[in-house]
Design a protein around this ligand. Sequence first.
Ligand SMILES: CC(C)(COP(=O)(O)OP(=O)(O)OC[C@H]1O[C@@H](n2cnc3c(N)ncnc32)[C@H](O)[C@@H]1OP(=O)(O)O)[C@@H](O)C(=O)NCCC(=O)NCCS
Length: 169
Amino acid sequence: MPLSDDIVFRPFRVADAEALLSWATTPDQLLQWVGPRFTFPLDERQLASYADTTGEHRYVISAVVSDGTVVGHAELTVLPEHELGQIGRFAVAPYARGDGVGTKLMDWLVARAFDELSLHRLELVVFSFNEPALRLYKNAGFREEGLALHARKASDGYWDLIYMGLLKS
Ligand SMILES: CC(C)(COP(=O)(O)OP(=O)(O)OC[C@H]1O[C@@H](n2cnc3c(N)ncnc32)[C@H](O)[C@@H]1OP(=O)(O)O)[C@@H](O)C(=O)NCCC(=O)NCCS
């Protein structure tokens, strides 16, 4: 059975932090995943204060398989007055990649955003070299809207960011 058939989504808990700590093993991997929000190495202190930021318009989500293992993570920040949702920190555990987990997590976020929260637009950013993420987002219907050159500085130089958006159909 593909891992993606055995997944539920629920709010992130501080206890989920331990699973996430091993997902980024270099500063560049952490930058690719979360942007400049955290410093490397990720630790429970940073994730505990991050969990505290969950609020009425901010949803931090864990994708969990039936044995309780956390295999996916994402956040959705809502600007209600603009009917806008911003997706970030989107990742799947390294050992679970390529099995449809990310696609299922994005499908869940999109359905929640448009059907439950009645948003009009979703947006996100992704580094231009990140082929799996770009493919996943395009499959979900996101379109490239812009390119920010040299937006972030990594160990091998500056990275470009692609801006993507998806409007409610
Ligand atoms: C991006 C990421 C979330 C994808 O999750 P995933 O569960 O592996 O994705 P899926 O299995 O649902 O696959 C999504 C698509 O990417 C493709 N894909 C997977 N690995 C790929 C690779 N190495 N190169 C190119 N495409 C790839 C899949 O084939 C699939 O496309 P398809 O359905 O058209 O065949 C995961 O790779 C990840 O966590 N990366 C590190 C963190 C990160 O970069 N997050 C994005 C921040 S913007």
